[in-house]
Ligand binder design. Structure first.
Ligand SMILES: [Zn+2]
Length: 489
């Protein structure tokens, strides 16, 4: 099998992935800023992170994954202007920043669980990890690490202290006319169309804050060698990736929107502190777009969140399926129709899993013809994560099983699903244990309540939603019976 090939934004080409330490991959992903529910555009990025992680594991790597949670320092612009996003929500809701962050972190974790996105475990506060180590880490729990990196940047002459903050000297780092490593833009091009905050303290408007000082209205403040204040957004990622994964990462991921400012700044900070390359592969996912082609983002109003899909009777994993149906570097068009189409493919696979016969389940060896599909699946995956092609192979293999009346593909399908994360084994277990999936039982109890209230129109709507999830409802004299559309015989 050809080794994993991946598009590296640093060289703007697909290349073979080779980790620094054989067998182990250090992987850092920029995580959520927790001041609002994560909309589906955000969730596409996290499905992608999970897909890349599973693809690395599928190729036999031990993945050490770190994701940060930004709970301080991310201003309403990605540069140094505006209000801290978490504090803005806190003021609006009359809560503390900690309450806001905790609330949206819990919601983010629930959405990730519903989408089968495996997050790293929470990093204990004040820990001293032996890198490389997986962690889900909060910015506010890692202020010391940020101060340590800023101290190194200053010692190497790449930053300066002023009354309003400690700034990174971008022009000195890049040299005259220097271009960014990822965006390959000059500073003027990079910031074209942006209104940069022009603090009199900055040597250049392009310089950015490492540590902000003298902002008495900011609620979250910490002591530092330069005075009380709070960190800039970009330094969080440099400090936490170094702390948990070491000074040179194998893979750093994020959305395409991170390239020009956030990731350029991370590279500049990290490399000026350590003198080593920061990340060997930068991997970026494209946006989820609405049918009108607009980027789904918070700044343009309210965008759909996972709860909206669930309320429309859509299985959250259908959204995962939708994401897998597009290449991660291509824009993905979102609409209820597109996610319903993905759901019908998911239903097709679920139905196959639910109806597996005993001999197919008992067979440790799949039929020989499945091998060809296994090879094609792996090939598609290793070709820059071509998940639409991999998904087509899965659907073809199942269709072939129906055609040949030969279900002995379960070992292969289960292995595919370790990569895809569609929970097919769980669907089978539910049928065998007579358990309904949680979203179906919720609809069933809501329907029972509607019937008790004699709201038959609502009851019929709910029946349709249950049937959309591939279950059949029968009202019998002894009560309601719900079963998968076809039960294994
Ligand atoms: Zn980041």
């Amino acid at each position: 099998m050809k080794p994993l090939q991946i598009y590296n934004s640093l060289i703007r080409a697909v290349e073979e992935f080779v980790p620094l330490t054989p067998g182990v991959v250090t992987f850092y992903s920029c995580g959520p800023t927790v001041y609002l529910p994560q909309h589906l555009g955000n969730m596409r990025a996290y499905v992608f992170v999970d897909t890349l992680k599973r693809a690395l594991r599928f190729n036999g790597y031990d993945v050490r994954h770190v994701m940060n949670i930004t709970d301080v320092g991310h201003l309403t612009s990605d540069a140094d202007a505006g209000e801290d996003k978490i504090e803005k929500t806190a003021r609006a809701q009359g809560k503390s920043p900690l309450e806001v962050a905790d609330f949206y972190i819990a919601q983010f974790k629930r959405d990730c669980a519903a989408l089968n996105i495996e997050l790293p475990s929470d990093a204990p506060a004040g820990d001293h990890p032996a890198p490389p180590q997986s962690a889900l880490c909060r910015a506010t729990g890692n202020i010391d690490a940020m101060i340590a990196v800023i101290t190194r940047i200053l010692a190497n002459g790449h930053g300066y202290v002023t009354p309003s903050g400690v700034y990174f000297d971008v022009e000195k780092w890049r040299g005259p006319g220097g271009r960014g490593r990822l965006a390959r833009q000059s500073l003027a091009e990079q910031h074209a169309g942006q209104r940069l905050e022009h603090s009199a303290d900055k040597k250049s408007p392009h310089d950015f804050a490492l540590w902000v000082l003298n902002q008495p209205h900011h609620l979250m403040q910490w002591d530092s060698p330069w005075g009380r204040g709070y960190p800039g957004w970009h330094i969080e990622c440099s400090a936490m990736s170094m702390k948990y994964l070491g000074e040179t990462l194998d893979i750093h991921s994020g959305g395409l929107d991170h390239i020009p400012v956030h990731h350029e700044n991370e590279i500049a900070q990290s490399e000026s502190a350590t003198g080593h390359p920061f990340a060997r592969y930068f991997v970026h996912n494209a946006f989820l777009v609405g049918m009108e082609g607009a980027k789904i983002s918070k700044s343009a109003g309210r965008f759909p969140v996972l709860a909206d899909l669930i309320a429309a009777g859509i299985n959250p994993l259908a959204f995962r399926m939708l994401c897998l149906g597009a290449k991660y570097r291509s824009e993905l068009a979102f609409s209820l129709e597109s996610v319903r189409a993905a759901q019908s493919n998911l239903d097709y696979l679920n139905e196959f899993a639910r109806n597996l016969n005993e001999s197919a389940l008992a067979s440790e060896q799949d039929s020989a013809w499945a091998q060809e599909y296994a090879e094609r699946f792996h090939q598609a995956l290793n070709h820059d994560l071509n998940t639409p092609q991999a998904m087509a192979v899965v659907l073809e293999m199942v269709a072939q099983a129906y055609r040949l009346h030969d279900q002995r593909i379960w070992q292969t399908l289960r292995r595919f699903d370790q990569m895809l994360g569609l929970d097919l084994a769980k669907r089978l277990d539910e049928v065998r244990a007579g358990v309904l999936p949680p979203e179906v039982s919720r609809l069933v109890s809501e329907r029972e309540k509607a019937r008790a209230d004699k709201n038959f129109a609502r009851s019929d709507e709910l029946r349709a939603l249950i049937e959309a999830m591939d279950y059949v409802v029968k009202d019998t004299k002894t009560g309601v019976v719900v079963m998968p559309r076809r039960v294994a015989t």
